[in-house]
Design a protein around this ligand. Structure first.
Ligand SMILES: [Zn+2]
Length: 225
């Protein structure tokens, strides 16, 4: 019987590492319950996987305590993030996809593109620094720039520029595109109604757009003043 001792990072493992990376961002640790919710699996399944990842030196895991990525786990997670974001940009820039369509495609392709294909895509795109949603692309050495902007839902008045939009909700991305709320677009806040939960924006002194404060949590802006 043959036993391999090299670290095999499968697509399932990659999804777990990505989820942990995202979940540990606010506090530095993630919990089994959070991961189970995020990946829609049972806590028992997560616990089994956490033992496995811990055995491979990818995470620091003690039952009933928070868990976190170790440097090798962080590196593996960022490799997937790099693949995901470059694929999204390639689909938009080269294949003409809409920014609302690419996240689901990239979720599949991120596990299968070879390093050689990815290198070609990166070169063809001119070594880009950001994906179509404004998220920074980790470079080949796994260095990731800071994510720009603060949530539109958190600002009250003034002129702003859209720098980043969450890629999680394709219906919202479609709607934002329709309203012209795309990366780089400048606008002014006309009215913020906390009780109704609505923001009213004026884009380039022409069209006005109303959006819910919930949606405005997914749009990230910088002051344009
Ligand atoms: Zn995405």
């Amino acid at each position: 019987m043959c036993v391999t001792i090299s670290v095999m990072v499968t697509s399932t493992v990659e999804d777990y590492l990505k989820a942990i990376r995202r979940l540990q961002q606010p506090t530095g640790t993630a919990t089994v319950g959070e991961i189970a919710r995020e990946l829609a699996v049972t806590p028992g399944t997560v616990t089994t996987m956490m033992r496995h990842l811990s055995g491979q030196g990818l995470i620091d895991y003690e039952p009933r305590k928070g868990l976190r990525l170790l440097p090798s786990g962080e590196k593996a997670a960022l490799r997937v993030v790099r693949r995901h974001r470059l694929i999204e940009l390639f689909l938009v820039e080269v294949l003409g996809f809409d920014w609302s369509e690419v996240h689901e495609e990239a979720e599949q392709l991120e596990h299968v593109v070879s390093d050689r294909l990815l290198e070609r895509m990166d070169a063809m795109l001119g070594r880009p620094t950001h994906d179509p949603h404004g998220d920074p692309i980790p470079n080949g050495d796994g260095v990731l720039a800071h994510s720009n902007g603060r949530p539109l839902a958190d600002v009250d008045a003034g002129a702003f520029r859209i720098v980043r939009v969450s890629d999680a909700d394709s219906a919202l991305l479609e709607w934002l595109n329709e309203k012209g709320l795309i990366i780089g677009r400048m606008f002014e806040i006309v009215r913020k109604d906390h009780i109704a939960g609505i923001l009213e924006l004026e884009i380039l002194a022409k069209t006005q757009v109303q959006l819910g404060l919930k949606a405005a949590e997914s749009v990230f802006v910088e002051s344009a003043e």
